[in-house]
Write a protein that binds this ligand. Structure first.
Ligand code: AMP
Ligand code: MN
Ligand code: MN
Ligand code: MN
Length: 302
C-alpha cells in the first residue's frame, strides 16, 4: 500500500507525475511519495492527480549528498517544498547538475559526441540533468547498446567523460529536509558498497545530522541483509521506510509498489508518524496495534 520512493520525468523517470500517480492507483497503492532527484517540480501535478485517484501523495525529494568521498542519497518525506532554506538548497543542487552536465558535454564533444547540452534541454525539458539522461541520449544516438554500457564507456567513474559531482554535504542535505519539516530517510543503504562498520559510521553521522529513518525494504535488498541493517537501525532509534525506486515501465525489474516485506521488529515511518500518512481519503490505513508500537521516536532523544 505504501511506495515511498519513485521518480517522474521531473528527474530521470520516464512518466509524467500524472501518469505515475495513475499507474500507482491502478496497482492499488494508497500512499505514494514522489521523490525526484534534487527536484520538487513534479509535486503540484502529482498532488492534483492523486486527489482525483484516491491516492495520498506524500511530497518528497531524493537529495544527492557527499559523505567521505562517497555519494549518498537521502530521501526527504513529507517536506514543505516552499520552505526558503530547503528551496535555496535544491536550487544550488540543480545548478550543480547543470554545471556537471556542461562539463560532461565538453568531454563528450572531445570524444566526437556533439551538442549534448542542447539535446538534453530539448529531450528532457522538465528535469535538471542526471547522468541517466546523458546515458539515454548516448543510447538513442546508437553510440552504446544500453545505459549500463554508457556508464561503463563514457560517464561512469572509469568512463572517458566522467565528471565527479560536487554535492552538498550530508549535514546540509539532511538539514534542509528537517528545515522543510520532512523526515530524512537514508535511501537504499545496501547500494553504497559499505561494510557493516562503515555503514554504522554513516548511520551515526546521519543521526547526528538529524536523520530519522532508513529504507529497509526495496528491490534487491535480501532478507538477511535487511535483518542485519534493521539491527543497526534499532540501535540508533531509526525508523524504517520502503520504496520501489521506480523509474520507468521499460525497466522490467522495477515496478511501483513492488518491494520485499519489511524486516521484523522495525518501526515504520507510517507507524511512527501516523498523522503524516493518514488522510481523509485513506483514514483506515493503520490498525491500532501498529499505532501502539510507536516507541522509538528519535525525536524523544534529542
Ligand atoms: P546522477 O545523480 O546524475 O549521478 O545520476 C545517477 C542516476 O543514474 C541514478 O539515479 C540512476 O538512475 C542512474 N545510474 C547510475 N549508475 C547507473 C548504471 N551503471 N547504469 C544505469 N543507470 C545508472
Ligand atoms: Mn535515478
Ligand atoms: Mn538513489
Ligand atoms: Mn531514487
Amino acid at each position: 500500500m505504501f511506495d515511498l520512493h519513485c521518480h517522474s520525468h521531473c528527474s530521470d523517470g520516464a512518466l509524467s507525475p500524472t501518469a505515475l500517480v495513475e499507474r500507482a492507483a491502478a496497482r492499488g497503492l494508497k500512499v505514494l511519495a514522489l521523490s525526484d532527484h534534487d527536484s520538487v517540480a513534479g509535486l503540484a501535478e502529482a498532488r492534483a492527480a492523486a486527489s482525483q485517484h484516491g491516492v495520498q501523495l506524500i511530497p518528497a525529494v531524493e537529495i544527492s549528498v557527499a559523505w567521505q568521498a562517497l555519494e549518498i542519497h537521502v530521501v526527504g518525506l513529507d517536506i514543505d517544498p516552499d520552505e526558503p532554506s530547503f528551496a535555496a538548497g535544491l536550487a544550488a543542487q540543480q545548478a550543480r547538475r547543470w554545471r556537471r552536465a556542461e562539463a560532461m558535454a565538453d568531454k563528450l564533444a572531445r570524444d566526437g559526441v556533439a551538442d549534448v547540452l542542447p539535446t538534453l534541454k530539448a529531450r528532457f525539458p522538465h528535469a535538471a540533468p542526471t547522468r541517466s539522461h546523458v546515458a539515454q541520449l548516448l543510447v538513442e544516438r546508437g553510440l552504446v547498446r544500453d545505459q549500463e554500457r554508457a556508464f561503463a564507456r563514457y560517464i561512469g567513474r572509469k568512463g572517458s567523460a566522467y565528471v565527479a559531482a560536487e554535492w552538498c554535504t550530508l549535514m546540509e542535505g539532511v538539514g534542509w529536509i528537517r528545515a522543510a519539516g520532512g523526515i530524512p530517510v537514508l535511501a537504499h543503504p545496501g547500494r553504497y558498497g559499505l561494510s557493516g562498520s562503515a555503514l554504522g559510521r554513516l548511520l551515526d553521522d546521519f543521526v547526528a545530522a538529524g536523520g530519522q529513518a532508513m529504507e529497509l525494504s526495496y528491490p534487491q535488498l535480501y532478507p538477511k541483509e535487511a535483518q542485519r541493517m534493521a539491527k543497526l537501525a534499532r540501535q540508533r532509534g531509526l525508523w524504517s521506510s520502503q520504496g520501489s525506486d521506480f523509474h520507468s515501465p521499460s525497466q522490467s525489474w522495477t515496478e511501483l509498489g513492488k518491494m520485499p516485506p519489511q524486516p521484523p521488529e522495525v518501526v515504520t515511518v507510517w507507524q511512527a508518524q501516523p498523522d503524516r500518512f493518514v488522510t481523509a481519503e485513506a483514514p483506515n490505513l493503520l490498525n491500532r496495534s501498529s499505532q501502539e508500537s510507536v516507541v522509538m521516536a528519535p525525536d524523544a532523544q534529542t
